[in-house]
Design a binder for this molecule. Structure first.
Ligand SMILES: [Zn+2]
Ligand SMILES: [Zn+2]
Length: 617
């Protein structure tokens, strides 16, 4: 049987197959988490059945428009035509705001189609399937009358009809295709033809016209187009989604996944978004007899664990730094079911498991054990490292810049110990807010060296040494393209309860080197610093440093941050001509203020030597 015929014969429904439905039923009988997930699914489907179908007469808009123009705050929907800023009270009316609300309405129908399809399979009640069919034929009636539009309301490739971009159309289409496949059997031949040609294939064509290369968005589009191919028996769409040499699933894995499992954009947020995008196609293909579960694909599940701090949080590097690994439970339900890696199961043991994915794919038993690897890890290809000692971790970013979402922060470190995050990378905020570019994407906002108060260039750095043995880990990395004519080299050793940190800066002529360290908590220092009234700089992030104080450090000195029952002491070597500044900068939340120490020297060559000691009181 060809792969498509296997699906058309009704053994699988893209999202699940018949055996998995049976398995889910039996899990729900035995395990409270599966029972809760099934009750939630059936309650959602009942609600979709009770609510009359009333589809919007036009497409939606990009949800990123839904913020206040004055202060960047997310708006609250008072009514479909009234949108209020919770900070300053401004009320916005008309588009794009009204159309953003319609996007949420459209998304709720796509989810409802999936839930109704699943509820039909779990209960056998045909009314669930009929309601899914009613929503889908409603969209098939309207699809071509919804004008294609992009986020600026223009009719261009990249725009879409139900949503304002092909990415969002793809995200909408995936649950709709699942729901169709699940409910199909109960629909009339005429309805099937109408839904397939006027909605599923029509939407796939809008998405296919927009061609991208190796990118997280293309992965979403592949899944949508491939699922439509499987659902309608169109082999050309399936081949394109999986095998297109420029943009198909296989080449995304071959070229988008670095050798150490991190998605090439270097951001754990986009990494997780890519993982979300890939599995629907891998799963539908598996049911049709095509195995996309290659080992390189699997390594995407290793990177978030490799880079997690001891509490599961991501280090915070680059735009969209991601979230705690335990929030990725749904993704790891499928990964543990397919690959049986104990570390994926151990992550699940830390979650409630009350998810649809756990119900459908989850293993009945999951192993106990540590959440995060206990060994230091080097992601050499991506240029990230995690130095680990019991309860302590130092994340380092030294290599790949990471394209448009990379920050100019080579040799930046994030430190964790005593149950606390200390050395902080504040991450990113809404890209539309100017502070994102001015502070979060500045070099001085990071725990590295800025030269002449300038931003580092968007250049890669290199590893010089990595030794993890005998309870200590040493990393030496160099950035010689961050500033023209300047070589920056950081040598870090974590062991014996402390981090030894040596930062060498060298150039032919005299430069101004600023070594910065940001951490939450109350900051004290052995130096006597005096308030400084003038700003430290006009741009490149320096303009956002507040409550400045300054002093000099010819001899050895220390700075200490205390937070949540732990304290970090930085013991610094003094040198003639050393200036020290303290101040506050924006934190993960732009309203938060985080203490920073900046150590400044004017020299051709200099070495900043620090020992970081974290103690629990
Ligand atoms: Zn406002
Ligand atoms: Zn950053």
């Amino acid at each position: 049987m060809s792969m498509l015929l296997a699906l058309m014969a009704g053994t699988g429904f893209l999202l699940v197959d018949r055996a998995e439905i049976e398995g889910a039923r039996s899990k729900a009988e035995k395990h409270p988490w599966a029972r809760a997930a099934l009750s939630q699914l059936l309650a959602d489907a009942e609600q979709a059945l009770a609510r009359p179908v009333s589809l919007p007469e036009r497409g939606g808009q990009w949800t990123h428009w839904y913020s206040c123009k004055k202060d960047g705050a997310g708006l609250k929907t008072v009514s479909p035509s009234e949108h209020r800023c919770p900070v300053c009270g401004t009320v916005y009316r008309g588009d794009p705001y009204d159309a953003v609300v319609l996007s949420h309405v459209h998304s709720s129908y796509s989810r409802a189609v999936r839930d109704l399809g699943l509820a039909y399979r779990f209960t056998g009640r045909a009314e669930f399937a009929r309601r899914a069919g009613e929503i889908l034929t409603g969209y098939a009636d309207r699809y071509k009358t919804y004008p294609r539009h992009n986020t600026n309301g223009e009719d261009r490739i990249g725009g879409a009809r139900i949503m304002a971009q092909t990415l969002d159309e793809a995200v909408w289409l995936i649950p709709a295709a699942w729901g169709y496949s699940l409910a199909r059997e109960a629909l009339s031949e005429a309805d099937r033809r109408h839904i397939e040609s006027d909605l599923l294939l029509a939407a796939a064509n809008v998405i296919r016209e927009h061609k991208m290369g190796i990118h997280n968005i293309q992965c979403w589009k592949n899944s949508a187009v491939g699922l439509v191919g499987f659902a309608t028996g169109n082999e050309e769409l399936v081949r394109e989604a999986i095998d297109d040499p420029e943009r198909g699933f296989r080449v995304q894995i071959a070229k988008g996944v670095t050798d150490d499992g991190l998605w090439y954009e270097g951001s754990l947020g986009y990494h997780a978004y890519t993982m979300q995008a890939l599995w629907p196609l891998a799963e539908a293909a598996r049911q049709a007899g095509t195995d996309l579960y290659a080992d390189r694909y699997r390594t995407l599940y290793d990177a978030p664990l490799a880079l997690a701090l001891p509490n599961g949080d991501p280090p915070g590097f680059n735009d969209s730094a991601g979230s705690n690994v335990t929030t990725l439970g749904s993704l790891y339900e499928l990964a543990y079911a397919r690959w049986r890696r104990p570390e994926y199961g151990r992550l699940l043991a830390r979650t409630s498991r009350q998810s649809l994915q756990a119900l459908l794919d989850g293993s009945e038993e999951v192993p106990a054990g540590p959440l995060i690897p206990e060994e230091s890890v080097l992601l050499k290809a991506a240029g990230f490292a995690m130095l680990r000692a019991p309860g302590t971790a130092v994340a380092v970013r030294f290599g790949m810049h990471g394209g448009g979402h990379g920050h100019p922060d080579k040799l930046n470190i994030v430190t964790f110990g005593g149950g606390q995050l200390f050395g902080l990378d504040a991450g990113s905020i809404n890209y539309g807010v100017p502070l994102h570019r001015e502070w979060y994407r500045s070099t001085i906002a990071h725990n590295t060296v800025s030269v002449d108060q300038q931003l580092q260039a968007n250049a890669d750095g290199q590893l010089e040494k990595w030794v993890a043995a005998g309870g200590a880990t040493t990393l030496v990395a160099v950035a010689d393209k961050a500033y023209p004519g300047v070589t920056l080299r950081r040598s870090l050793t974590l062991g014996g309860g402390e981090l030894t940190d040596r930062f060498e800066c060298s150039a032919e002529a005299e430069r101004t080197y600023d070594w910065a360290f940001h951490a939450r908590g109350s900051l004290t220092t052995s130096l006597s610093l005096k308030a400084r009234t003038s700003p430290l700089g006009e741009g490149n992030g320096y303009q956002h440093l507040e409550k400045l104080a300054e002093g000099r450090a010819e001899g050895d000195w220390w700075a200490r941050w205390e937070a949540g029952g732990a304290r970090l002491t930085l013991r610094m070597k003094g040198a003639p001509g050393t200036e020290v500044f303290s101040g506050l900068g924006p934190g993960k939340n732009p309203a938060e203020r985080v203490p920073v120490i900046i150590v400044r020297r004017r020299a051709g060559k200099t070495v900043f030597e620090a020992v970081h000691q974290i103690e629990t009181r």
